[in-house]
Design a protein around this ligand. Structure first.
Ligand SMILES: NC(=O)c1ccc[n+]([C@@H]2O[C@H](COP(=O)([O-])OP(=O)(O)OC[C@H]3O[C@@H](n4cnc5c(N)ncnc54)[C@H](O)[C@@H]3O)[C@@H](O)[C@H]2O)c1
Ligand SMILES: [Zn+2]
Length: 709
């Protein structure tokens, strides 16, 4: 879409514009400035919404956007139909069908300080001719907006905001979110159908775990929970969505139709009433978090007070939203093409700071990955002092245009690990130096290797000292073999003393020599020896996790441990067999097969077994029931590969149950050729998953449900 050169020009342009804005330089060329602002904003929209990788801070972006609006307001004849001010947002992909919103989903106007709020209130009072306005204040959830339709009390459609007019139909994914009821008693209020709006978000813990996973892959973290939420909502497989632990707050009724002969419910005359109504119907609304106040001063007091509590919330908010509470007054104030005039976002200050980039160190991980780590002059951000920041891979250094000696913008959103947003190239004085990525391993001097299409350089020398050490440190760590007294510093010390040189060496430590070396009390040596001895009986999944196979985390380790009787059985497994296991994709399967293909690894495992470690799965063959326990099935039409009786027996063997007809109790309908009325009936019940014979076979193979088409 954009070439590298154009991207650089546009970034330069953005910086020039921001500088002009800051120095309040008067503009000579109106047309050119308008054109430049539009190009820069359109580019940054693309970075933000499509690439999920913004290069400007939100604050900078908002300043440019506000400037464009200001110029257009002063020169209405210059507004072009394709100006970014004339639409809401980008963000439709080809993965989902597009659906129209009943009412457009607009953006919000932004404010960053009390003055903006005073101005806004003054305008609202002038327009309404009221001396004082009642406002409702609620958190501005940092997530992705959704629009839901309920008809006759049933949830029938869920969509993303998309471009505001139409969004993506993500009904199946929305159904995975536990806090969204699949039916609600709107009928009790005479409402026949309704469109409601809200925000899907990822709580802080889940977001952190997600970014930790990315860091393990040497990928830069997602900049904010909003990207994570909107990405999760648009995953192709609803089962994956279910795993992301999404939550939703609903805060707006955009449209409703009353049942014949029913009148508008008296209880929904204000915004705060709506929040209470939604809560009473089983939705999570900000009814508890909201506050209704009179006059703008009370608004300002409340937002400042709330900002202090920001870190104590389980989810991220990026500000507060202030809404005119009375619906009649909202209607009188109306809206622009971009935002309603009756609402205003008050954005909190981003947790950013600038510092000097002093040096970049290159660390070797246990899989040989080389991670550049920036050393900056320590700065406090959001309550912690930051001095070291991972840069993940070489591309990050290039993309952010980092040089030694640069002033850099650092951000730390909530509890997330800090990251460098960008360098401030304007502040260079010519003494900055390029950062050269090493071509050889900084520890063992092996030539570094980077597979085609990857961004991470690796040292491929398996006996590289750094890797061996990191592997041992991982092996003994708490979540792996949990050998308490053998922490990181002891591993390094013993290695340097020549007491152990690899993982099996841990079980061969010469304790009499260690005693002679001194530095350890008798008691601590006995403790260490016992801890090492005890670790031999750790369950298999801990050993598997401890081996540090790339992409094999604790969950995958458990799956693997349950799949075999003996760890070395994996020697004979094909990648296809691995792929049939729950949650194992091609990348993971590839890495596992590679591990078990290497003779060195097999020898190491044999050695560990001969040293007394447990390599057997402790799981009984088939404990109670099977993996389909509690699930119900029905077959219809002619099956091609299986006999009906055999297929039914397979279900029952795995603990599943066969039903005689289609009802809401049915979980899976397996459809063969020439299926008739059962299929038609099942299509009308949203909770039934319809599978082909092949889907069913795959499901039996892995004994996990597969997604519907
Ligand atoms: N850094 C960049 O390059 C860049 C580029 C594009 C956009 N952006 C940022 O994105 C913003 C525009 O995004 P946007 O259009 O989603 O607007 P927004 O984030 O300013 O606010 C509107 C959104 O807030 C959400 N929201 C959360 N809680 C709400 C509540 N209680 N009531 C109502 N709405 C609530 C809704 O999803 C709504 O769509 C810009 O202001 C800018 O900060 C940044
Ligand atoms: Zn090396």
């Amino acid at each position: 879409m954009y070439t590298k050169e154009i991207e650089i020009t546009l970034l330069q342009l953005a910086k020039d514009l921001l500088r002009k804005l800051q120095q309040k330089e008067s503009i000579q060329e109106l047309d050119e400035t308008l054109e430049n602002l539009r190009r820069v904003i359109i580019y940054n929209d693309w970075r933000y919404y499509v690439q999920s990788d913004p290069v400007l801070s939100d604050y900078e972006y908002d300043q440019l956007f506000a400037w464009l609006k200001e110029l257009e307001t002063a020169n209405p004849d210059k507004i072009s139909a394709d100006s970014p001010t004339q639409r809401v947002a980008l963000g439709i992909t080809k993965n989902f069908p597009t659906v129209q919103h009943l009412v457009p989903m607009l953006s919000l106007e932004n404010s960053y300080n009390a003055d903006d709020l005073y101005d806004w209130d003054r305008k609202a009072r002038e327009l309404s001719k009221l001396a004082e306005i009642e406002y409702c204040i609620e958190p501005k959830f940092d997530g992705a907006s959704i629009s839901l339709i309920y008809e006759n009390d049933k949830f029938t459609r869920g969509a993303t905001r998309g471009d505001g007019v139409s969004g993506e139909d993500i009904t199946q994914n929305i159904r995975q979110i536990r806090s969204i009821p699949l039916s609600a008693n709107f009928a009790a209020h005479g409402i026949q159908s309704i469109e409601i709006r809200g925000e899907v978000l990822i709580n802080k813990n889940t977001f952190k775990a997600y970014n930790d996973q990315r860091a393990a892959d040497n990928l830069p973290p997602l900049a904010n929970p909003r990207n994570a939420a909107s990405g999760s909502l648009r995953m192709v497989d609803p089962r994956e969505v279910a795993k992301r632990g999404l939550e939703a707050f609903l805060y707006h009724m955009s449209y409703h139709v009353m049942e014949d002969g029913k009148t508008e419910p008296g209880e929904i005359r204000t915004h705060s009433n709506t929040l209470q109504l939604l809560a009473s119907l089983g939705f999570r609304s900000p009814a508890k978090e909201m506050k209704v106040v009179k006059g703008i001063q009370a608004v300002i007091d409340y937002v400042l007070e709330f900002e202090k509590e920001r870190d104590n919330l389980p989810y991220e908010i990026d500000g507060m939203v202030i809404k005119v509470n009375d619906y009649a007054l909202q209607d009188r104030l109306g809206m622009t093409t971009h935002h309603p005039r009756w609402a205003m976002a008050y954005k909190f200050k981003a947790r950013q700071a600038t510092s000097k980039l002093r040096n970049v160190e290159f660390q070797v991980g246990r899989t040989g990955s080389i991670t550049p780590v920036a050393k900056i002059d320590p700065v406090p951000i959001g309550g912690v002092t930051v001095g070291s920041i991972s840069l993940f891979n070489e591309d990050v250094i290039k993309e952010k245009d980092l040089k030694r000696g640069d002033t850099v913008l650092v951000e730390r959103a909530g509890d997330v690990i800090p990251y460098i947003v960008k360098s401030l190239a304007d502040m260079r004085d010519g003494t900055e130096e390029d950062i050269k990525f090493p071509t050889e391993c900084p520890v063992c001097n092996e030539k570094l290797f980077k597979p085609e299409g990857e961004s991470v350089w690796r040292c491929t020398n398996l006996s590289c000292r750094a890797q061996v050490l990191e592997r041992m440190i991982h092996f003994v760590s708490k979540d792996a073999m949990d050998i308490r007294s053998l922490g990181e510093s002891n591993v390094r010390k013993f290695y340097d003393l020549g007491l152990m040189k690899d993982i099996p060496g841990i079980y061969r430590i010469d304790f009499s020599r260690l005693e002679q070396e001194g530095g350890f009390g008798k008691k601590s040596l006995t403790n260490l020896q016992t801890a090492i001895e005890q670790s031999k009986t750790q369950p298999l999944h801990r050993l598997i996790f401890g081996l540090g196979i790339r992409y094999v985390g604790e969950t995958t380790a458990k799956t693997l441990a349950n799949a075999v009787h003996h760890l070395l059985d994996f020697k004979d497994w094909t990648a296809e067999q691995l792929l049939a296991l729950e949650d194992i994709g091609p990348k993971v399967a590839g890495s596992i097969s590679q591990f078990f293909r290497l003779d060195d690894n097999i020898h190491m495992l044999q050695e560990l077994e001969s040293l007394g470690l447990n390599l057997k799965s402790t799981k009984a063959d088939h404990p109670s029931g099977g993996n389909l326990e509690g699930q119900t099935f029905l077959f219809t039409g002619t099956l091609n590969k299986l006999k009906r009786n055999d297929a039914e027996a397979m279900v029952e063997q795995q603990g599943g149950k066969i039903l005689s007809g289609v009802s809401s109790k049915l979980n899976f309908l397996i459809v063969g050729d020439d299926a008739g009325s059962k299929l038609e009936k099942a299509k009308k019940i949203n909770t039934i998953r319809i599978l082909s014979e092949d889907d069913f076979l795959k499901m039996i193979a892995s004994a996990t449900p597969v997604a519907e088409e």
